[in-house]
Design a protein around this ligand. Structure first.
Ligand code: GLU
Length: 305
């Protein structure tokens, strides 16, 4: 299969959709993103890289970081993780306080903000003062890019404006499901969202999920094969806010969306893919990136089904 040719065709076909929808505007640093940008990159388990558009351009990875936090927390606690967070689709907003209240402080899944606060808390307990450096190092290693860093401005703006996330952290703490101070946990969560990576970095960084928990390039085991399978299941069922079913229906691959307009997907046994375009549809998912992945899945025939 000529992956580069398919990527070029996909980029051509989504051209008319670029700029449709609206960029996230809850912080100024995201609101200034150019809505017409588009990029897509593929990293294969054989170590090949393919890309189209602005695939080397970096953006804040926002909720894609929840995959990395989940991976690290699952690695630390093993199946005890499921005492602290469920693995059920939230069927509501990604930052719902109501759902958390009803769930007695146990978040519905690790890909909601509440769930990511719990996985972040687990990393904090394990790493202590080194936690911020450790989450950055985790992404640098996975993507094989030591230049990846935090966007300090975005981190500070998230901290300043993230009232709901901070409220979630306090609510979880009130149910005694945090071991660290909720403000410390929220701070690290926001820093993770503010890590900046490109489509190539993200595609590379998720190869371990396409290869049963081991990075096929560095041969480093990140988590067990069984844990990788479970993370992929959660990505398939919970990765796209309230429209995860729709994404699974259209694309048929485990993945995660985020407010900066990136969507990552895993093709088990074969590759990891990142698509990015900052303008979001009404469900908060990148309009052009989701279209691109749908077209890619059709053209390539790649799907887990
Ligand atoms: N930093 C964003 C928040 O916590 C991430 C949301 C997202 O990408 O879904 O609100």
């Amino acid at each position: 299969m000529n992956l580069q040719l398919i990527l070029n065709e996909v980029a051509d076909e989504v051209r008319n959709s670029l700029g449709k929808g609206g960029v996230a505007n809850y912080i100024p640093a995201l609101a200034i993103a150019d809505p017409t940008k588009f990029a897509m990159a593929i990293a294969t388990v054989e170590g090949e890289i393919y890309g189209v558009g602005d695939y080397g351009e970096r953006f804040s990875i926002q909720s894609v970081s929840k995959i990395f936090a989940l991976t690290q927390a699952f690695g630390i606690l093993g199946s005890d993780l499921w005492r602290r967070v469920e693995r059920e689709n939230a069927g509501s907003e990604f930052n719902s306080l109501l759902l958390l209240e009803l769930g007695g402080g146990i978040p519905r899944n690790p890909l909601t903000n509440a769930g990511a606060l719990v996985t972040t808390d687990i990393i904090l307990t394990e790493k202590g003062k080194e936690a911020k450096a450790a989450v950055l190092e985790f992404l640098r290693e996975r993507s094989d890019n030591p230049a990846i860093g935090f966007n300090e401005e975005i981190a500070q703006l998230e901290i300043e404006h993230g009232h709901r996330t901070k409220a979630l952290a306090h609510l979880i703490a009130s149910f005694k499901n945090l071991e660290n101070h909720p403000q410390t946990v929220a701070m690290l969560y926001f820093y993770q969202c503010a890590m900046e990576a490109s489509c190539v970095d993200l595609a590379r960084s998720l190869l371990f999920l396409a290869n049963k928990g081991e990075c096929p390039v560095s041969k480093k085991r990140v988590i067990s094969a069984s844990q990788a399978k479970r993370i992929n299941s959660i990505l398939l069922t919970c990765g796209h806010y309230d429209v995860s079913g729709d994404f699974a229906f259209k694309v048929g691959l485990p993945g995660k969306s985020c407010v900066s307009g990136a969507i990552v997907v895993v093709v088990p046994g074969k590759m990891a893919i990142a698509a990015w375009s900052p303008a979001l549809n009404k469900d908060g998912v990148s309009l052009a990136a989701s279209e691109a992945l749908e077209i890619f899945a059709q053209k390539s025939g790649l799907s887990i089904f």
